[in-house]
Design a protein around this ligand. Structure first.
Ligand code: KG4
Ligand code: ZN
Length: 351
């Protein structure tokens, strides 16, 4: 089955074709992404109406480009998957409208995919580890994006239990807001991470700044990152605000977030009685986080599985893949254009 996947929940237009006849990353016949970052940069964050209008401009050309790269005609598509939520209502409606119209015209089924389920299943699309194969449920998932920070017990594909989540800012949001405070352009997460790396290379050993690991001194699996942001703001205000200091603070901040995530992931594995951790979402591209979670899982005799960095951030491939699993299981909906800007993943049906 060849599934066209469409992602338009926020500021990236993503399109891909996943072919279930081919395994692992081979199944990803083509994928293309158009990022609106430059469009939103001057506003310091995503402007929803501009995002919707840009999806309208870019989606059809991107679908044509992706099909051409896959060497497929529209008549060779067996199903369409699109992000139905959570996300920006207007942006979601662009993808839903195009996906539903295409499916109607081609007389193929279409399915609305949960954006976070897309992220969560992305590591399963990668080539399986030659020794252990692809991660198999049950496992624990850490979802760390610009909008979410969640620990989820995955009992089966489609069967999700929330173990813990952030009480305020998401991890990616904390990266972005901290970067902005120190004068870095939007989205600051990757740039802050690059500065942290510079500081570590230039000044190995203990860093000059150490911030707290929020909510790790008490039991529980919830997170809170807004206090950490304030600590950084105060440190930055009281500093000489040089490039060196900015990099050192970035490093202290990254270490605090990464440490906190590692501590909570280990707790979640203990709570779920599992040794397999699956990590997804934009912050999953962070090098320090990847290295530390690999080490933590290996120490327990388990493993941490990530998508390749480009598939950690928003993309159409994860939507094509998650949609293909549901379409293969015979799950699709009637031809109504419906989206769910807020959507609890625990309400999804089992595949
Ligand atoms: O999953 P994603 O592309 O979009 C959402 O669904 O939110 O995640 C984007 C988030 C942004 O906050 C961005 O700053 C963060 O992921 N991010 C990173 C890195 N790459 C992206 N944060 C830290 N280190 C990175 N390397
Ligand atoms: Zn996302």
């Amino acid at each position: 089955m060849r599934v066209l996947g469409i992602e338009t929940s926020c500021d990236e237009t993503g399109v891909a074709v996943y072919d279930t006849a081919l395994k692992g990353s081979q199944g990803l016949r083509a994928h293309a992404l158009y990022s609106q970052i430059a469009l939103h940069a001057e506003y310091g964050g995503v402007v929803p109406e501009l995002a919707s209008r840009d999806h309208v401009r870019k989606l059809l050309p991107l679908i044509r480009q992706t099909l051409a790269e896959a060497g497929l005609g529209l008549d060779e598509i067996d199903g369409v998957a699109y992000t139905a939520g959570p996300g920006l209502a207007g942006a979601l409606l662009v993808g839903a409208g195009v996906a539903r119209s295409l499916a109607w015209a081609l007389e193929v089924p279409a399915v609305g995919v949960h954006h976070m389920e897309g992220h969560l299943l992305a590591p399963l699309m990668e080539d399986p580890d030659p020794i252990h194969g692809p991660p198999q449920a049950p496992f624990v998932a850490l979802l760390v994006s610009g909008g979410h920070t969640q620990l989820v017990a995955v009992d089966a594909i489609g069967s999700y239990r929330l173990l813990g989540e952030t009480l305020d800012d998401a991890a990616g949001e904390a990266f972005d807001k901290t970067a902005k405070m120190m004068g870095l352009p939007y989205p600051g997460g990757p740039q802050l991470a690059a500065l942290a790396e510079q500081s570590l290379q230039a000044r190995p050993g203990a860093g000059a700044y150490k911030f707290s690991r929020p909510m790790t001194d008490r039991p529980g699996l919830d997170f809170s990152f807004s206090g950490l942001k304030t600590q950084v703001l105060l440190a930055w205000r009281d500093s000489d605000q040089s490039d060196t200091t900015r990099a050192d603070i970035a490093r202290g901040f990254e270490e605090a977030v990464v440490d906190t995530l590692v501590i909570k992931c280990e707790r979640a594995l203990d709570a779920a009685g599992s040794d397999t951790l699956v990590v997804a979402g934009g912050v999953g591209a962070n090098k320090r986080l990847r290295a530390r979670l690999h080490a933590m899982a290996a120490r327990r005799g388990g493993r941490a599985c990530f998508p390749r960095p480009e598939l950690c951030t928003d993309n159409g491939a994860m939507i094509a893949f998650a949609g293909a699993l549901r379409l293969q299981a015979g799950q699709f909906e009637d031809a109504a254009v419906k989206v769910a800007p807020r959507w609890d993943m625990a309400t999804l049906p089992k595949v």
